[in-house]
Design a protein around this ligand. Structure first.
Ligand SMILES: [Zn+2]
Length: 268
């Protein structure tokens, strides 16, 4: 029983094979998948997928940092409205990207803060993207974290143990994708070994970066989350079953599955 906490199943790569991909995930024991939006249009598609596969696909809505420069004037308003729709469980993906230069950093920051404020107001968890930006993300989150515990996940984490500790202190979960299985990722595996069991998540980030031993095979898909889980179980010295149980319980807790969200009227 696995939970893929990050997949872009709305991606056009999946158009001809989406139904089979979801069927394969079910057969492999994947009990839930978070389908993550990157623009207002993609977020809308994720909401639609969650409607088609209720209680299996869960939507996250947001504007990914590399797409904020192309956002239309009313896209943010659309995102804010979408969080109230059925099947929507998280806000994102958001964050900062220091690798690609599709969007100026100042504008990425502005949108990141909007997503954080929406999460604080609504109680919905944040899904945070990091790439060559972990320190800037920590600095942006810190003033919010000093007022209250944050709810969310650092997706496809690739930072240091020190950075992970700070983000854990803020209240966040740490999620690992295929990169942790790559031969050269010894440092990252060491971070993954040290993350407390009750804050650990797994994901595929489909259709990107298939884990070993499927590395290079495109598109990546949710059933392959088991390879990442297997790698983490090995480095942590626990059984796959135990880690699958823990990470699935963590995902359900983060997403508030099986419980009501707290009132959205709480300011901060
Ligand atoms: Zn993503």
């Amino acid at each position: 029983m696995f939970f893929d906490t990050h997949a872009h199943l709305d991606d056009s790569d999946f158009d001809p094979i989406r139904e089979q991909v979801i069927q394969r995930a079910r057969s492999a024991g994947v009990v839930g998948i978070v389908v993550v939006g990157t623009t207002a249009v993609s977020s809308r598609r994720c909401v639609e997928l969650a409607r088609q596969y209720p209680d299996y696909l869960h939507a996250a809505v947001g504007i990914q940092p590399n797409y904020v420069a192309q956002a239309e004037a009313d896209d943010w308003e659309k995102i804010s409205e979408m969080i109230l729709m059925p099947g929507v469980r998280a806000i994102g993906e958001t964050g900062l990207d220091g690798y690609w230069d599709d969007s100026p950093m100042g504008l990425q920051q502005e949108y990141f803060v909007k997503h954080i404020e929406l999460s604080v107001r609504s109680g919905r968890p944040l899904i945070i993207h990091m790439r060559d930006s972990c320190e800037e993300i920590i600095q942006t989150l810190r003033p919010f974290a000093s007022r209250r515990r944050l709810v969310g996940v650092m997706h496809s984490f690739t930072g240091t143990w020190q950075q992970a500790q700070t983000l854990l202190d803020f209240g966040l979960y740490i999620s690992f994708a295929g990169m942790v299985t790559f031969k050269k990722s010894n440092d990252l595996r060491d971070v993954a070994r040290r993350v407390p069991a009750d804050r650990l998540l797994v994901e595929t980030d489909s259709p990107y970066l298939s884990p070993e031993p499927m590395r290079g095979k495109k598109p990546n898909e949710p059933e392959r989350v088991l390879h990442t889980l297997r790698c983490l179980a090995r480095v942590r010295g626990v059984t796959e079953q135990e880690l699958a149980r823990t990470t699935t319980a963590n995902a359900k807790h983060l997403l508030g599955l099986g419980q009501c969200f707290r009132s959205s009227s709480n300011g901060y």
